[in-house]
Design a protein. Sequence first.
Length: 550
Amino acid sequence: MRGPPAEAITVANVPTDSARWDTFRWKRTVLAVARTMTSAIRLLEALSVFAGDPRVRVVFTVDPGSEFSLGVAEHLRSLPARVEPWKTARTMDCDLVITASEKVNVPHAGYVPLIVVPHGIGFHKIVPDADGPEDRLSGLVTPEVLRRGRVSLLVTHPDQESQLAAVSQATVGLTVLGGDTSYDGLLASLPHRDRYRRALGVADHQRLVLASSTWRGQSLVSGQEHLLERLLGELPADDYRVAAVVHPNVWTQHGAAEVRRILDPALRAGLLLIDPTAGWHGTLVAADAVIGDHGSVSLYAAAIGKPLVLGAFGAGEVVPGTPLAELGRTAPALDHGEPLRPQLDKLIATHLPPSGLAERLFARPGEAACLLRRLCYQRIGLPEPAHEPPTLAMPEPRPDVTPVSSYQVAGRLTAPRTVTLDRFPAAVRAYRAAPHPDESRHLAVGLGERNVRLFNDAAVIVASHGPVDLPWLAETLARYPFSRLTAGPTLTGCAVALRGGGKLLADGAEADPAAVGSALYTLLVAGEDPEGPLTVRMGATESVVTVRRG
């Protein structure tokens, strides 16, 4: 029966003449309720079970009662989706309410089926209660909603049924064993790792380090606020890339502008900052190593076998006896007092996936779409569509990234006429590790650099666009009296103007002005003759040029 008893609630039905404007002939209406950005993201994953069915209308609304509802309605509208005001949606006639938030309080719950899907992995964290000063178990539906009946609580493992029952007997008989849409999406995405790496701009020879942070004071970005700068300052830019996934609650609580302000040095150093609404799945698949905390992404990383080291872990927020607590006990911890590169290299080289973790989290892997669709169509009283529900690989990430044009360069002679260069973004040079005894350091600044202070310290000035000629390079060098040389591209390689009037030409298809300029500077500091064949090594790449007087 659709609708409540007359004495239960007054329902504002859709106007009787609305069919005059509709194109599709709906048979059922599903009210999709978001409350936070986190729940909206997972809700959109769940709603894929209705894809391709013109019999079902999905109506979105946002419960504004959370500290973290900022931007949720705007995100849904950007899809674009029509979002009904909360006041209207609460009295709308519908056949099913579906949400990924345990705090949603809709009057329909007493007579319309309500399905609550998890917005993370299981029930592992203790969080503040928005309705009082106490803490609560994240994911546990409020007693008021549970008492109204017709509620289905989706769990991904039978252990979670027992856990919920121990906390609230009102959940007994209401749990439904299903799958996890994010985990299934990750599994489907694993074969597409190369595609995600290309979307992130990560070269085949580079290692991608992903830093993942949950929210609140014991999270990675709170307790280790300079870790991202250290990673970018200690890991050679030609060998490594660094990405960050920050919990949506951080973005909605503080605002995107504040997040970017705090991460500004890391962003100027080339950090791949992942949109909180999309992209973390593909970035996780693309990663070679993950630095995590007690957030769900750490569990997902371990479950799909990624090398994981914990950079923080809020044990006080983790429920004892859960897989997350076990992960905190067994996963290696990052030593913040030691250099980071050796730790990450060792982690990757010696990693062994945790045995049995995925099995403790997911009882029905690969079946999330089928199980959830079956449950939804049972609740709305329609047969499932004839087509099978797809399990889709996740979309490609679209990172927020700023190109880096200036580097602190460590150069050393590693063989006759061979220079090896390690480059580190200039924006985080304060976090650079102690120099190697055999290396010389200098600052190479691109002419596109916006931080004009760097030009005062630059030894090498690089023109990335061309072609340029030697007179132009000499004039450019004259404008920066503290620099030693200027390099830029030519039609056949690159040209270099030296302080004091010297001019060099480097011939070769692989003559990158930044690499050649820094290599020649290293030679000159070592007292070597710049003329002749020159091999330049940066990371896994090697180029050979012939240098002659211009």
